[in-house]
Design a protein around this ligand. Structure first.
Ligand code: HEM
Length: 426
C-alpha cells in the first residue's frame, strides 16, 4: 500500500516498527499534529466521550457474556448470579446497564451539537450519514441487549417491537416468524438476540472508524461554522485537544459512575427484575428512556390512512406508526440535503436557532408522551408533537433555505477568537 512520507522516531523500537509498518507516523499525523480549529467549545468533547463509552460497553459486555447463560430457563438466574456471586459482577453489570444510557446521552448531545453548528452540511454530509447509521445500529444493539436479562420488560418489549414487522403487507407475518425463530418470542429468539447483541458493537466500531476517517478528510467544523483559512486558525490536536478531551471524559465519567454507585436502577424499569412470564402482560409496556420519543411517534398514528368517508384504506394505523417512526430517523439521515442554507452555525442563524430549540422541546415532550399510557390527553399531544417533529424538517428548514437572511460572518477563526466574538451582524 502506498503511504506518504514517514516520520523519523528517536526510540529505536518505534523506529523499527514504523519503518516496516508506519503506524506511528499515521497516529502522529491523525492525532498528534492534526490541525484542529482553535475555537472548539466543550460540545466537541462528545465524539471522544462516545468512543470511551463504546469501549466501556464492549469490555463490560464481554465480561458479562462469560457468565451469562443464553437460554430462557437460565438467563434471568444467571444475571442474578452475576449480581450476587461473581466477583465484582454487580459492578460490571451496573457499568454495562448504565453505560448504555450514558452512551445514548453522549450521542444525543453529539447529534444536537451537529445540528446546532451545521456540522452535517457540505462537505461533511457523508460523515453525518455514517453517524445516523451508527445511531441506528446503537438502537438495534440496545434493544437486543435489553432482552437478554429475560425479565418482564425484556420479554414484552421484544414481543411488542418484533410484532411491528407484522404491519408490513403480505410478508409481515412471515418476517415476524423468521425473526422469532418460531411462533412466539422464545428460546431461539433469545439466542439469536444474544449472538447479534455480541456482534453489532463490532460493526459499530467499524462504522465509527469510517466516521472518523471521513472527519479527518474534511477536518472538523467549529462553533463559528466557517472554514479554516490557514495555520493561524488551528492548533495541533496534541496536546491541546487530547488534554481538553481527557478533561471532558473525566467529568462525564464522574457523573456516570455516580449513577453506577448511588442510583444504579434509576434509569431502568423495576418490572425487569420480575422473570419473564408469557402468561402475564405488564400493565404498561415501556422501552428504555432513550427510545421514548421514537416510541411516542410509533404510537401517535392511531388512525388508518385512506379516503375519508369510504372503506378505502391505503395504510393501516399500525403500519403508519412504523413508517412514521422509521421516517423520523430518515429525516435525520437526509438532513444535509434538506438544509441548503449557506450559513452553517446557528450562532448566525437566529430563525433556525429558535426552530431548533423548539424541535428539542418537541422531542423532549415526545419522550414524556412515550412514557405514558397511550390514552387520553397523551394521544393528541403525541400526534401534535409528531406533526411538529416532521414540520421542522419539511416545512421550517425549506422555508429558512429561502427566507432566512444570510448574516455577515467573521473573516476568520483566529480573528474572531482574538477579538472575542461575536462579530457577525445578526
Ligand atoms: C458511537 C457513536 C459515535 C462516535 C464514537 C462518534 C465519534 C466521533 C468523533 C470522535 C468525532 C470527532 C470529535 C467531535 O467532533 O466530537 C465525531 C465527529 C462528528 N460526528 Fe460522531 N460519533 C458517533 C455518533 C455520531 C452520530 C450518531 C452522529 C450524527 C447523527 C454523528 C455526527 C458527527 C459529525 C457531524 C461530526 C463532525 C463534527 C464537526 O466537525 O463539527 N456522530 N464523531
Amino acid at each position: 500500500m502506498a503511504s506518504g512520507p514517514r516520520q523519523k522516531f528517536d526510540n529505536p523500537v518505534i523506529e523499527w516498527v514504523d519503518s516496516r509498518l508506519p503506524i506511528f507516523t499515521l497516529m502522529n499525523k491523525e492525532y498528534g499534529v492534526f490541525p484542529t480549529p482553535r475555537n472548539f467549545n466543550y460540545f466537541w468533547n462528545f465524539g471522544a466521550i462516545a468512543m470511551v463509552m463504546l469501549v466501556t460497553m464492549i469490555v463490560t459486555g464481554i465480561t458479562l457474556a462469560m457468565h451469562y447463560n443464553t437460554s430462557t430457563a437460565g438467563a434471568f438466574d444467571s444475571v442474578e448470579r452475576i449480581m450476587r456471586d461473581v466477583n465484582s459482577g454487580w459492578l460490571i453489570r451496573y457499568l454495562h446497564m448504565n453505560g448504555a444510557s450514558f452512551f445514548f446521552i453522549a450521542v444525543y448531545i453529539h447529534i444536537f451539537r451537529g445540528m446546532y453548528y451545521g456540522s452535517y452540511k457540505k462537505p461533511r454530509e457523508l460523515l453525518w450519514m455514517l453517524g445516523v447509521l451508527i445511531f441506528l445500529l446503537m438502537m438495534a444493539t440496545a434493544f437486543m441487549g435489553y432482552v437478554l436479562p429475560w425479565g418482564q420488560m425484556s420479554f414484552w418489549g421484544a414481543t411488542v417491537i418484533t410484532n411491528l414487522f407484522s404491519a408490513i403487507p403480505l410478508v409481515g407475518d412471515s418476517i415476524v416468524t423468521f425473526l422469532w425463530g418460531g411462533f412466539s418470542v422464545d428460546n431461539p429468539t433469545l439466542t439469536r438476540f444474544f449472538a447479534l447483541h455480541y456482534l453489532l458493537p463490532f460493526v459499530i466500531v467499524g462504522v465509527v472508524f469510517l466516521h472518523v476517517w471521513a472527519l479527518h478528510v474534511t477536518g472538523s467544523n467549529n462553533p463559528l461554522g466557517i472554514d479554516v483559512k490557514g495555520p493561524q486558525d488551528t492548533l495541533p490536536f496534541h496536546p491541546y485537544y487530547t488534554m481538553k478531551d481527557m478533561f471532558g471524559i473525566l467529568v462525564f465519567l464522574i457523573v456516570y459512575v455516580a449513577f453506577v454507585f448511588f442510583m444504579p436502577n434509576a434509569l431502568g424499569h423495576p418490572d425487569n427484575y420480575i422473570p419473564a412470564n408469557p402468561m402475564v402482560t405488564p400493565a404498561h409496556i415501556v422501552p428504555e428512556w432513550y427510545f421514548l420519543p421514537f416510541y411516542a411517534i410509533l404510537r401517535a398514528i392511531t388512525f388508518d390512512i385512506g379516503i375519508p368517508f369510504t372503506d378505502i384504506v391505503f395504510i393501516e394505523a399500525k403500519l403508519g406508526g412504523v413508517l412514521a417512526m422509521f421516517g423520523s430517523i430518515a429525516m435525520l439521515f437526509i438532513l444535509p440535503f434538506l438544509d441548503t442554507h449557506p450559513i452553517r452555525s446557528a450562532t448566525f442563524r437566529p430563525w433556525y436557532r429558535i426552530a431548533l430549540f423548539g424541535f428539542v422541546v418537541v422531542f423532549l415532550i415526545l419522550g414524556v408522551c412515550g412514557s405514558k399510557p397511550a390514552e387520553g390527553f397523551w394521544v393528541p399531544l403525541s400526534q401534535l408533537c409528531t406533526l411538529l417533529y416532521f414540520a421542522f424538517f419539511v416545512v421550517a428548514i425549506p422555508f429558512f433555505n429561502k427566507k432566512e437572511p444570510v448574516a455577515e460572518l467573521p473573516p476568520s477563526i483566529h480573528q474572531a477568537v482574538l477579538t472575542s466574538q461575536p462579530v457577525a451582524a445578526e
